[in-house]
Design a protein. Structure first.
Ligand code: CDP
Length: 256
């Protein structure tokens, strides 16, 4: 079932089909530590995207020959559930999923101190439950939080956001409809403190000037998402700390 191409993606007042302004990101809701069997996990709702990430490790590596003598091997699998898109997707890994697994791993690797855990594996699983454009970016955001939740030492969190071009206007954080019907889509991953871009891909044609503006726009989007990521982590650990203090106090009262 394919959707009809809308006449316009951006109206004369520069408002997009979902009511956003050109440089607005979609509403996001993130939770950390949502799975009890994984060492670390996170979940994101971003517009209509629903994505879950789980991390195991650092742990013994199998098969053994994948062990690296001086650091941990970061392995990443991005997978879309068959029901995540309008046309049922085969559960078998597609070329696209293999590519996204590779670029996500490369986007996250510079942030992880893999050298602390030689000869081990850090396994990262990203499951897309519902997709509406920009899933590699949203996947990087939750994957980075899941790594932090697993207690893996990291330089900083990695954020990601796409910028693009639709109806001749530059837009931020594209939906599937904007990606498919627009002129260009450029996902970018970014480490805010280090001011380092760790992923840059592009579909479509833009001028050099537009390209530079899109990079800056995507970086601004990443900075906003980075703030949200940090707040989510802080809230989770402050709540955990408060719960621990309460428990300690209860235990003291019981003992007295
Ligand atoms: O999700 P992302 O933008 O990182 O990757 P993409 O390859 O540019 O895909 C854009 C969107 O196409 C996805 O987010 C899905 O909404 C949609 N898609 C789909 O409908 N069916 C697929 N088999 C793959 C992607």
């Amino acid at each position: 079932m394919s959707q009809k191409k809308p006449e316009k993606l951006v109206d004369e007042n520069n408002i997009r089909l979902d009511g956003r302004k050109l440089n607005d990101i979609r509403p996001v809701k993130i939770e950390v530590g949502v799975l009890s069997n994984a060492d670390g996990s996170a979940y994101i709702e971003q517009g209509k995207n629903r994505i879950l990430a789980g991390v195991y490790g650092p742990r013994e590596i199998h098969p053994r020959h994948q062990a690296l003598p001086d650091r941990a091997a970061l392995r990443c699998r991005y997978h879309m559930a068959p029901f995540s898109v309008q046309e049922r997707k085969s559960p078998a890994p597609s070329r696209r999923e293999q590519e996204i697994s590779k670029v996500m791993r490369e986007a996250l690797l510079p942030s992880v101190f893999t050298e602390y855990y030689p000869r081990t594996a850090i396994d990262l699983f990203v499951e897309v439950l519902q997709a509406d454009g920009g899933t590699r970016c949203a996947g990087i955001i939750v994957a980075s939080l899941a790594l932090a939740d697993a207690g893996i030492p990291m330089l900083e969190l990695v954020s990601a956001c796409a910028a693009g071009n639709a109806d001749g206007r530059l837009i931020l954080d594209l939906t599937d409809g904007e990606d498919k019907n627009g002129e260009a889509d450029m996902p970018l991953a970014y480490m805010s403190n280090s001011n380092a871009v760790t992923l840059l891909q592009m579909d479509g044609m833009v001028t050099q000037e537009e390209f530079e503006q899109m990079v800056n726009m995507a970086i601004e989007g990443c900075k906003q998402l980075n703030q949200i990521q940090k707040e989510v982590l802080k809230t989770k650990y402050l709540n955990a700390k408060e719960a621990d203090t309460e428990k300690e106090e209860e235990a003291k009262e019981e003992a007295a």
